[in-house]
Design a protein around this ligand. Structure first.
Ligand code: GRF
Length: 209
């Protein structure tokens, strides 16, 4: 089998999606491994999960920079140092700038069925709207808020009595499985992007057409 694809995973919180990727990559046939974990804040469980398995971590806080552009450059440089084949934004609560987006394919996972309910409160907003079905979406990140081409989606029911936490946990159970599946397939099979259509397979690497 060819060399495992290199993943840099970005987190801002509990890191259960990161953990799912770490667990999957323990099997060499998965085809990808997490080479570094980055965050925009200290003291989060996601960083602890990486340190526990001796994966290097870095933290770049927006507040430590005079401008957003400087932070964009700094985080792109940290990511680049690990030469990723794919960057996975897994619960990372910042929009990445051109220095990262132009250099690497970036995948993002979102806990709603885009283009409905983008942004930081996708679960809360879906619940407030009264939808009966929501879900999760894996996209290729672009410069907008959850606006990139959709790679995969899965539906999750909203049940009577759900609050935000309960519904989010139901979504995350599906989201972790979907993310692991999609990341593995992209790294093993490659992908193409044509307009807003992403196709996995029949390629040896990520290519834009
Ligand atoms: C996920 O639902 C992600 O889509 C959202 O925040 C959650 C992160 O969960 N943006 P975790 O940190 O991976 O546990």
């Amino acid at each position: 089998m060819s060399k495992a694809g290199r993943l840099v995973v970005l987190v801002s919180g509990s890191g259960t999606n990161l953990q799912a990727l770490l667990d999957a990559s323990a099997d060499p046939s998965y085809g990808a491994r997490v080479v570094a974990v980055g965050a925009d804040r200290d003291g989060i469980e996601g960083l602890v999960r990486a340190a526990r398995v001796q994966i290097p971590t870095f933290v770049e806080k927006l507040g430590d920079y005079a401008t957003r552009a400087e932070w964009d450059d700094a985080i792109a440089a940290k990511i680049a140092a690990y030469e990723p084949d794919l960057v996975v934004s897994a619960g990372f609560m910042k929009i990445l700038g051109a220095p990262t987006l132009d250099a690497f394919p970036v995948l993002n996972t979102h806990p709603a069925l885009l283009p409905s309910f983008p942004g930081a409160h996708g679960v809360r907003d879906a619940l407030a709207h009264g939808v009966k079905v929501t879900g999760c979406t894996v996209i290729l990140a672009d410069a907008g808020v959850d606006s990139g081409p959709i790679i995969a989606q899965e539906a999750v029911p909203v049940l009577p009595g759900d609050d935000e936490a309960v519904l989010h946990e139901r979504i995350k159970t599906v989201e972790r499985r979907l993310l692991v599946d999609i990341v593995g397939r992209m790294v093993r099979e490659g992908w193409t992007v044509s307009g807003r259509t992403v196709r996995i397979g029949n390629q040896t690497g990520g290519e834009s057409t």
